[in-house]
Design a protein around this ligand. Structure first.
Ligand SMILES: Nc1nc2c(ncn2[C@@H]2O[C@H](COP(=O)(O)OP(=O)(O)OP(=O)(O)O)[C@@H](O)[C@H]2O)c(=O)[nH]1
Ligand SMILES: [Mg+2]
Length: 186
């Protein structure tokens, strides 16, 4: 699917979050082109490093990046880059973050402590961000203001619920980020 010739603005957005939070799922559900994925089987070698308690059915992990595209309006296209979630791939972030305007930070309310190093990194790269709270089935329905408080977010940082398996829901989270970027950049 080729880009509409009227599109005049391209924006690079990162989709970030801790291991197994749903970054690849998010780009997969939202991309209008076949997403680029770099999934590899999780092997015994990662035992003790990759915590699968929240996602027992997970068999693969991103080892380099995800890539997708979403045309948001007649003139605006988003290029979406998903980072690997494992701490040992954190150097990859630096390259991926170059030229990015903002980041959608996916968090799992059951594993908020894993989001702190992610937020630290996003802030150290100077990226404007919004939070997408990815609700996994059968988990506690923590109110958004509690999640905001637990993550120690500033009042300006947008936070929305999302289900990354849904195209519509993922798009809503991205639109929240884009609106936030527009309000800051003018
Ligand atoms: N029930 C439920 N499962 C989900 C949801 N989001 C993702 N999953 C599942 O959770 C697992 C993790 O999803 P991924 O998209 O691979 O996560 P990731 O953040 O890309 O993972 P890494 O690249 O390994 O860091 C997969 O098995 C998904 O099918 C969700 O909202 N609800
Ligand atoms: Mg992934």
């Amino acid at each position: 699917m080729y880009l509409d010739p009227d599109v005049s603005h391209a924006v690079k957005i990162l989709i970030v979050g801790h291991f197994g939070v749903g970054k690849t799922t998010c780009i997969g559900s939202i991309s209008e082109i076949e997403p680029l994925q770099t999934e590899e089987e999780i092997t015994e070698a990662s035992e003790g490093f990759d915590d699968l308690t929240g996602t027992p059915d997970k068999t693969k992990t991103t080892v380099a990046m995800d890539f997708g595209r979403l045309t948001l309006s007649d003139t605006l296209v988003l290029y979406l880059f998903g980072t690997p979630g494992q701490e040992r791939f954190k150097e990859v972030w630096e390259g991926l973050s170059r030229g990015a305007l903002g980041a959608l930070v996916l968090v799992d309310p059951e594993r908020l402590h894993e989001s702190f190093p992610v937020l630290d990194r996003v802030e150290s790269f100077g990226l404007t961000y919004a939070i997408g709270v990815n609700r996994f089935d059968g988990t506690t329905d923590y109110p958004l203001d509690e999640v905001r408080e637990a993550l120690n977010l500033s009042d300006e940082t947008p936070i929305v619920n999302c289900d990354v398996r849904s195209q519509q829901s993922s798009a809503k989270a991205l639109v929240t980020l884009v609106k936030h970027l527009m309000s800051i950049l003018g």
